[in-house]
Write a protein that binds this ligand. Structure first.
Ligand code: ARG
Length: 277
């Protein structure tokens, strides 16, 4: 029996080595010739990217950005492969060559331009917003009301910059997962969280204890989301990505991507809540 188990282990190792080898080939330097398009994302940001249990019981990636990635991959004649990671690790991994592209409700923000190039915008969200507990809503009429309060935002995002720059006197709490931020707010560990507009709306509509604070209207406009590739576009993907985005806009695809994400609302909510990671 022991012998059998070690034989099995040896076989498994060979199999996984073979799988690694295949993967290395696939993501070879010039990914334009590869059959897969590897998309990095941070699947904690419904309705843009999230996980849900599919009909066959396996976990699936869903959301507007996943549909955008699928559309781009289809138009390039490639298969889409999604990889999940906390938001602050996305660009370093893109630079290392772990992904071909990043789609994660990501803005083409100044510092990021050092390590990445960005496509044309594919979507402009609702303005950013601050979520608070419904019971506390009356205390947050203006941004000044957050002075002395703890406000969480996701590490490495422009939303954390906004907390630091516009919420004078607030105590900024950086957290790496948005799903954790929401839990901290629900459990009263932080007073508020700052996220992008559609994400705030999604949580406010699915969680009756949370509302968008009136003060949010002072935060200013949303910046558009773009697809990132490594600096200098070493795989030569940007022209095809921009062509796909142009066609996607012409065909008004975003609308159907938004309703497809919306249709998964109940499923993602349940899964992210008990996801241990
Ligand atoms: N739009 C913000 C940014 O570009 C936050 C994006 C967070 N995305 C995510 N998938 N968690 O920094």
């Amino acid at each position: 029996m022991k012998k059998f188990v070690s034989l099995l282990l040896a076989l498994l190792m060979v199999a996984s080595l073979a799988a690694c080898g295949k993967k290395a080939d696939d993501s070879n330097n010039n990914s334009n010739e590869s059959k897969t398009l590897v998309m990095g994302t941070s699947a904690d940001y419904a309705p843009f990217e999230f996980m849900y249990k599919g009909e066959d019981g396996t976990m699936q990636y869903g959301g507007i950005d996943v549909s955008v990635g699928q559309y781009i991959a289809d138009s390039m004649g490639k298969e889409l492969k999604v990889e999940n990671m906390s938001f602050d690790y996305l660009l370093p991994s893109l630079v290392k060559g772990d992904f071909d592209i990043v789609i994660a409700a990501m803005e083409a923000d100044g510092d990021r331009l050092k390590s990445a190039d960005f496509s044309d915008p594919y979507y402009t969200d609702l303005p950013p917003a601050i979520l608070v507990k419904a019971a506390d809503a009356d205390s947050y009429k203006t941004l000044a009301d957050f002075s002395g309060k703890s406000v969480a935002a996701q590490t490495g995002t422009t939303k954390l910059d906004i907390v630091n720059e516009q919420l004078t006197g607030a105590n900024a709490v950086p957290l790496s997962l948005v799903t954790d931020m929401v839990n901290e707010l629900v459990n009263g560990k932080v007073d508020a969280i700052l996220v992008d507009g559609a994400v705030a709306q999604q949580y406010a509509s699915t969680n009756k204890d949370l509302v968008i604070a009136d003060a949010s209207s002072e935060l200013g406009a949303a910046q558009p989301y773009c697809v990132a590739v490594a600096k200098g576009d070493p795989k030569g993907l940007l022209p095809a990505i921009n062509a796909a985005i142009a066609k996607m806009n012409e065909e008004n695809k975003l609308e159907s991507f938004i309703s497809a994400a919306d249709a998964l609302k109940d499923v993602w909510q349940e899964v992210t809540a008990d996801d241990p990671s």
